[in-house]
Design a protein around this ligand. Structure first.
Ligand code: ATR
Length: 291
């Protein structure tokens, strides 16, 4: 670890969540602050659900420069903020807070980070047919930003009976005047919707460590799927990406989304361009150390 001096002028950022032990953000941001030689530090804060209001009041009182927000607070934190970025408002979730001279403003860099990771790999979503697996928190951000970018979406979710996928599809249809369908995630529907698809996004947790032998899509259905984005980043190489690559697809890792969401938050707090590759490398070191 590099030596660094905390002074009376050091600005403090952090992440609030519960649990928080597995967050990659402190490693990514502290490396980025050191790299740019700026006087910031980034800390993890375990904040229980029922303490969220107090935590945000505390962050105000302590004049923290910025926060990331993770599970389980991404939705509930909104009621404690002063302003919301319009995209975060549509999504209904915030993962980044900027303290702008005492005004706490919420953003969703999970969504913008996903889009940047896609664009970075030369994939433009406009007018593309996109199949999204999952209808949870991550899927909401991804679905909204893809729709806003002009993609045509189909959402597949394991449980339809809870109504999450249908609600999300309805919200998107209304917000962007784009007919968006929700279907049950099963092999028959996958076979149907993957016909002629441009981009497949896995926004479920299927394939995540320790269940690394699982995949949400059987390999035989990946024959004509040119781009596969798997938001799972642990393991770095998922079974879905391995099988998609074997079938000739370009694949994008959840690690790129992780690094980009961090980089975009960093830029909002510091006003400086984030060292994206360094942040990604630091996250890889942690993941390789864990596995
Ligand atoms: P996140 O914030 O990461 O999106 P989440 O809101 O809990 O987490 O959403 C997890 C998503 O993964 C959901 O869409 C969930 O599907 P259900 O709504 O049917 O629960 C999906 N998911 C989790 N495990 C799954 C599995 N084994 N098969 C299919 N989908 C799964």
């Amino acid at each position: 670890m590099r030596n660094r001096v905390i002074s009376g002028k050091t600005l403090i950022c952090g992440v609030i969540g519960d649990p928080i032990e597995h967050t990659m953000s402190p490693v990514m941001h502290n490396a980025a602050f050191s790299e740019l030689g700026i006087d910031y530090v980034y800390l993890p804060f375990r904040v229980r659900k029922e303490e969220l209001g107090k935590a945000i009041a505390g962050a105000r009182a302590l004049n923290l420069a910025g926060l990331n927000v993770t599970i389980p607070h991404k939705v509930s934190v909104i009621s404690f903020l002063d302003e919301l970025d319009p995209l975060a408002e549509k999504i209904g979730a915030v993962n980044t807070i900027v303290n702008d001279n005492g005004v706490f403003r919420g953003y969703n860099t999970d969504a913008t980070g996903f889009l940047q990771a896609l664009l970075d790999k030369g994939v433009k979503p406009e007018d593309k047919k996109v199949v999204i697996l999952g209808a949870g928190g991550a899927s909401r951000g991804i679905s909204f930003i893809l729709a806003e970018s002009g993609a045509n979406l189909v959402i597949l979710n394991r449980q339809l009976e809870m109504g999450w996928a249908e609600n999300l599809a309805r919200e998107i249809s209304q917000a962007f005047e784009k007919e968006t369908k929700a279907l049950e995630l099963n092999d028959e529907n996958l076979a149907m919707v993957l016909e002629g698809v441009d981009i497949l996004v896995n926004s479920t947790s299927v394939g995540m460590s320790p269940d690394i032998d699982e995949t949400p899509v059987p390999a035989r259905l990946l024959k004509s799927t040119p781009v596969v984005f798997d938001i799972v980043y642990n393991p770095i190489q998922t079974r879905l990406r391995r099988e998609a690559q074997a079938a000739g697809a370009k694949t994008i890792s959840g690690l790129d989304m992780l690094a980009w969401q961090g980089a975009l938050a960093f830029e909002k707090w510091t006003g400086l361009k984030a060292p994206l590759e360094l942040m990604k490398k630091e996250a890889i070191k942690v993941l390789e150390g864990e596995n």
